[in-house]
Design a protein around this ligand. Sequence first.
Ligand code: BTX
Length: 249
Amino acid sequence: SAVEYGLDAPFSVEYHDSIPSTNARARDRAADGASDTVVLADEQTGGRGRLDRDWHSPSGGVWLSVLFRPDVPMAHAPVFTLAAAVAVTRAAREAGVEASIKWPNDVLVRHGDAERKLVGILTEMEGEADRVSWVVVGIGVNANVDPADLPAEAEPTSLLAERGDPVDRRLFTQRLLEEFDTLRQDPANVVEAWRESATTLGKQVRVETPGGTIEGEAVDIQFPGALVIETDSGTEIVSAGDCEHLRPI
Ligand code: BTX
């Protein structure tokens, strides 16, 4: 139970040893009318990433989903992905791991030229254009897991691997949720907080979108989460939802 995990969070927390997907569970809770609820699991057997990709979630991770009902139009919801990235980056840094954000939804750790993936974030929502009904922000942190148990092609890392010893998951999750709670109440400030933790800005990037490939320098991020890219032929603005892949070039 959440009591066993010992969280004192600004959300009601339900804890599962093993569950297919905390996002799926949070969506079910949303359908039942719940809000301000966190679903937390030690292991997921059917974790999902963006575009229906698999998210490997062995025992020892921090796999969680936050369900809430912000009073914002649908188009603003991507800001909560940024908020989650900032929150988890701050919590990781407090745990001694120099994480940074790769737009739109990855948190990674740099080792020289290599970037190793520590976190994935998947935001889902439902509602009307002028007001969301609910938002579920799924945050997957490779906490106390061995990167060798994760897909090698993703170049994964974990808090355990970076620190050399296990992280206190209770403390880490508590800090993550506190940061997220503060940021979600102040969406206008999230973009500024994001700029401070981001690694993407100032870099040459190649972004795959449904409309084709965009190459240029990532110069800024715009509310609620679009990336501004200076290309040879002018400025392009890519929304987070349209990014299929971003690579440094
Ligand atoms: P994404 O689509 O950006 O990344 C998915 C890709 O990441 C996969 O195709 C694979 O290559 C790689 N990958 C899979 N598992 C891991 C891992 N543990 N570490 C590093 N790389 C990996 C990112 O999607 C969004 C992931 C959200 C996960 C959370 S966990 C709690 C919640 N429940 C749920 O089902 N999803 C979210």
